[in-house]
Design a protein around this ligand. Structure first.
Ligand code: F0G
Length: 471
């Protein structure tokens, strides 16, 4: 029988010491990272690993690993009663699985702690009765980015940087600007001019970022940022930064805790730069290795048809080489053609047995209105999950008796223009984006539209409208 110490990951003991950077391609490991968070030997991305966690997979349900897992679960549960700021954070509550930092160094806005909703109407529409939404749009700045930003901004300040910077389609910049402001850091935002929603742009202005609208797309902004961090003393906070993914990992921990550690059959997530899917997949693999869960949910990624780099990469090269695209979609958060974390995403799709699917603009608009009609709402990029689920059900990949969780990444209020144009019937009027969906689409869309009604201010007019709506 092997000695217990080799099969049981001593997570608690590893906290203070043992996270390292490791290159995802050549495996080179180091205690420090380069300024651009790329491997100095082969140039690929880094990930954070915890060598003290035993490399041999834990045997779920028995032995020392099970003890560690149940201790962790109970520690995390107990912290929900605490009033300590790090315990009130839905990210740092899981700090045994994060790189170590002392509690008083943490920059937090009480991120995480997001609800898991059931979706009865969408369940009927899709034919999957056990359907849930993990709503990351209910984070402090309205998107899932906050869970990564609390970790990465904390480490930026610890490293002694005065400036942090990111390229963004809007949510990363809003989140970075907020955490920088909370942590006494200056922030520089690079966004594509005219291609992000005003709502997101206004957040970074209010949080005090130096906000530059560049005449390029997101991919152009990111390219420039990567050069900038090598020339100027700014700390880069895009999801290339592996600390971001460690924080975003906690979405999966919190989700599984909400499900009493019973894994769903499917988790469905939107794909843009592919950091979030990589983070969730990493968490699932770590949870299984630590004995926190006994089987892996299938993690599937959904992209807009006009920004489908991962779909094409998998279909055309089997995931071996990145196929970049000139991205175009009204779901501006995922208008990305050259996703940085594509290799990490391919790995987690393969490891969990998930798929990558694409959806049309009309399918996105319809799914967004259906989620809105549940009283939940989300931004367009999040709605790809429901649109994608419909396709995965149709193809037989998701079966009616299985359970599925949609990760809603952004708040409805993030893109009011999209919502208004949809309900007014203007969304596709001037669009170069062509729909390739089925012929029923516009009837389906019309039934979901609720255009605002302008009336004379009389009781009669309002009562007439009420009667009309009853029909
Ligand atoms: N959903 C929303 C609302 C997003 O803002 C993003 C990405 C994604 C999904 C895709 O996540 O990039 O990890 O695959 N937004 C980034 C930004 C790129 O700059 O705000 P991903």
């Amino acid at each position: 029988m092997p000695p217990p110490s080799t099969s049981a990951p001593d997570v608690s003991r590893s906290r203070a010491t043992d996270s390292r950077f490791r290159c995802i391609a050549c495996g080179d490991a180091s205690d420090t990272a380069t300024r651009d968070f790329r491997c100095p030997h082969c140039g690929d991305l880094l990930e954070i690993v915890y060598p003290a966690w035993s490399p041999s997979p834990a045997i779920p349900g028995s032995g020392p690993a099970a003890t560690v897992a149940s201790e962790l679960k109970s520690t995390w549960q107990q912290r929900r009663l605490s009033l300590d700021p790090v315990d009130l954070s839905g990210v740092w509550r899981f700090r045994e699985l994060l790189p170590f930092v002392s509690d008083d160094a943490v920059i937090t806005l009480r991120e995480g702690n997001t609800p898991l909703y059931d979706l009865p109407q969408c369940a009927r529409i899709t034919g999957v009765p056990r359907l849930f939404a993990k709503h990351q749009g209910l984070n402090p700045t309205g998107s899932f980015k906050d869970t990564g930003m609390t970790v990465a901004a904390t480490f930026a300040r610890l490293a002694g940087f005065r400036w942090v910077a990111c390229a963004s389609t809007g949510n990363t910049s809003a989140s970075m600007a907020a955490y920088a402001a909370r942590g006494g850091l200056r922030s520089l935002v690079l966004v594509p001019e005219g291609k992000i929603s005003w709502s997101k742009l206004s957040q970074s202005l209010d949080y005090g970022a130096v906000t530059c609208q560049l005449r390029t797309d997101f991919d152009g902004c990111l390219r420039l940022l990567q050069e900038l961090v090598l020339r100027a003393p700014v700390y880069q906070l895009n999801s290339i930064n592996p600390f971001r993914l460690e924080g975003q990992k906690t979405l999966a921990l919190e989700l599984l805790e909400q499900l009493d550690w019973q894994p769903p059959d499917h988790i469905i997530v939107p794909g843009g730069n592919l950091g979030n899917s990589s983070a969730i997949g990493k968490a699932l693999l770590e949870m299984r290795a630590l004995g926190l869960i006994s089987r892996l949910p299938k993690l599937s990624v959904i992209q807009a048809e006009g920004a489908n780099a991962l779909v094409r990469t998998l279909r055309e090269t089997g995931g071996k080489h990145l196929v970049t695209v000139q991205a175009e979609t009204r779901a501006t958060a995922i208008r990305i053609g050259n996703p940085a974390s594509w290799k990490k995403a391919v790995h987690v799709l393969e490891a969990t047995g998930g798929l990558c699917e694409q959806v049309t603009e009309i399918e996105i608009a319809q799914a967004k209105a259906e989620i809105g009609a549940e009283g939940i709402g989300c931004e367009p990029a999040s709605a790809v999950t429901l649109a994608g689920l419909k396709k995965l059900v149709k193809s037989g990949f998701v079966k009616p008796e299985e359970s599925a969780v949609l990760v809603l990444t952004g708040n409805l209020l993030k893109d009011p223009d999209f919502t208004m144009e949809f309900h007014r019937g203007d969304l596709f009027k001037h669009s170069v984006l062509k729909d390739s969906g089925d012929g029923d689409s516009s009837a389906a869309l019309n039934s979901l539209r609720r255009p605002p009604i302008v009336l004379d201010a009389t009781l009669d007019a309002v009562i007439r409208t009420l009667k009309q709506a009853e029909k």
